[in-house]
Write a protein that binds this ligand. Sequence first.
Ligand code: DNO
Length: 400
Amino acid sequence: MRQTWRWFGPDDPVTLDNAKQAGAQGIVTALHHLYDGRSWRLEDVVERRRIIEAAGLSWDVCESIPVSDAIKRRDGVWRRDIDAWKDSLANLVRAGVRTVCYNFMPIVDWTRTDLRYPTSAKGLALRFDFPAFVAYDAFVLRRPGAEQDYPAAALSAARARFAELDAQAFAVIEKNVIGGMPARQSEYNRAQFAEALSAFAGLTADDLRANLLAFVGEIGPMAEELGARLALHPADPPISLFGLPRVASTAADYRALFAAAPSPANGITLCAGSLGSRPDNDLVAMAREFGPRVHFAHLRNVAREADGSFVEAEHLSGDVDMVALVRALLDEEKRRRNAGRADAEIPMRPDHGHLLADDIGKARINPGYSHVGRLKGLAELRGVMRAFEWIDANSRQLTG
Ligand code: DNO
């Protein structure tokens, strides 16, 4: 697998040199400063590539070209936005970036309630406390209809959490869930968020799925013609948030997408951490089922809890069998090489990392995107990959 590293651009406190020191071969990035729906000009894309290559790295994946909420609703300026999206795709391909990640989560992208959850090793991890999230939605935000959206057990756990936590704690949760997280398209205050929610009122999961299919029906053939690969990132977490549908959460969701849009250009960002927070997602089975369409892998682990909460675990521990998942992805690469596929090598990145060592005290750090924690994750994953490569090359020696 190609070992890549997410970099948020020249403002990222973790530099390209840091990525190189961690052993990354390639970079995953986007023009994050141009995230407002405008298309990316060729010269801007080429300039970004130049900066990456000057550091001795390659730009392997664009994560992401943002998909506007208008495209997700298919109203307002959706046509303008799809055209801009397609222009950006064309310019990326012209600049040699052929793998493009995107997501279709309405309003909020990835969501955590706690960005500094202490681990047993005294590092800090990202966590999604489901009762706290429900408490925020139903009792702090007081979203109309919120209480009807949750099962009774979830609501009573949320009531208990609401009683436990003070206003200060909910202010932090609010900032985390509707305010800024890295790579989000928008940050909201409470009033803006209510407005954004009302624009989606009445949109069902079937509607959102139809809008995703209409979008993919347009960009898939274009990508195929350009020789690009599209990798739909799953919802994170893969459940409905704020009553909004999310339609890239399970194997069934991806099966439906690929049945309706069979172009091999349409693929998945196999995000082990996002999908792995649901006990009904078997990541190794998904890697095998969708193998030829795994255009990009996010390798990260989660420890799930009975009430729907999860905490980001170390890369090789947690509920996803990471070693088996790496094996499945290496097998897929082998199949591709045998079939003569030009894209036999799957780009992977160590997704997120704990806050460790000197990173803990730093004032500026993108949650999940620390230097040391990701360096550790990549080193562990590289060890697994190297060991399998050795076993494959020396299997006769082992069995003989
Ligand atoms: C979080 C990320 C997401 C992801 C986008 C892809 O760490 O995995 O922000 O980049 O959802 O479009």
